[in-house]
Design a protein around this ligand. Structure first.
Ligand code: FPP
Length: 231
């Protein structure tokens, strides 16, 4: 009997392997990132079609600032274009666009483009597209602690702490997917993934499409989630 398809409420993707995808074709790394943006469009469409409530994607980590200046510049220009064109379209389609990370350090043009889509979509009730930009999970946790200290509260519970994270109000992170064969979290959503399932695939991010999402959902559906209990 085929396993019943279970749909994760919230999926986080670590979009890795753009550079290796390009190198394997003798192309510049920037071409890998460009194709990575195309893959993101396919993945978001497939997830929305399946009824996923939130998709989080790791677009730029706090540690990515150590990359060559030209690559950083290219990535932010790609993200700005994506915001002006694709995210604007998503906002019009009823998706909500949110960002996780310290946006104050981003180029002004990127920041402006982001602010527009966040504002335009803030009351939407469709799938949430959450983009982690200049994001680090440890930084997010320290930020939450500081928000709590500044409020004067001297004792917190899990709910109060979660309310100070970028993902406040989002459903549970059911699944984390990392592409390109690497098996680590790289400072991504450390609090949120406490009970997540993990899928690591050798496929490079630019090769992700609707079939990849089907395979991932099949694999996720076969997992026996016990949350520390027994069956
Ligand atoms: C990791 O691959 C990828 C990134 C650091 C950037 C992710 C960005 C995109 C997928 C572009 C589109 C994003 C948006 C939001 C429009 P890598 O460069 O580390 O690849 P490598 O490990 O093979 O070198």
């Amino acid at each position: 009997m085929a396993t019943e398809l279970k749909i994760p409420r919230h999926i986080a993707f670590i979009m890795d392997g753009n550079g290796r995808w390009a190198a394997a074709r003798g192309l510049a790394r920037s071409e890998g990132h460009r194709e990575g943006a195309e893959a993101l469009k396919r993945v978001l469409a497939a997830c929305a079609q399946k009824g996923v409530q939130v998709v989080s994607v790791y677009a730029f980590s706090c540690e990515n600032w150590s990359r060559p200046q030209a690559e950083i510049k290219f990535l932010f220009s790609l993200i700005s274009q994506f915001a002006k064109k694709e995210l604007k379209k998503y906002a019009e389609m009823g998706y909500r666009v949110t960002f996780s990370g310290d946006l104050t350090q981003l180029p002004k043009s990127t920041n402006n483009a982001i602010k527009k889509v966040v504002d335009a979509s803030k009351n939407n009730t469709g799938m949430i597209v959450n983009i982690a930009l200049n994001y680090g999970a440890r930084q997010e946790i320290v930020r939450a602690v500081n928000l709590i200290l500044q409020s004067g509260i001297r004792q917190v519970d899990e709910q109060m702490f979660e309310d100070c994270l970028y993902t406040a109000g989002f459903p549970e992170l059911d699944l984390v997917v990392r592409s390109s064969g690497e098996k680590r979290l790289s400072n991504f959503m450390l609090w949120q993934c406490a009970y997540s399932e993990f899928i690591f695939t050798d496929k490079f991010w630019p090769d992700f499409d609707e079939n990849t999402i089907d395979e991932i959902l099949k694999e996720y559906s076969s997992r026996d989630r016990r949350f520390g209990g027994i069956k």
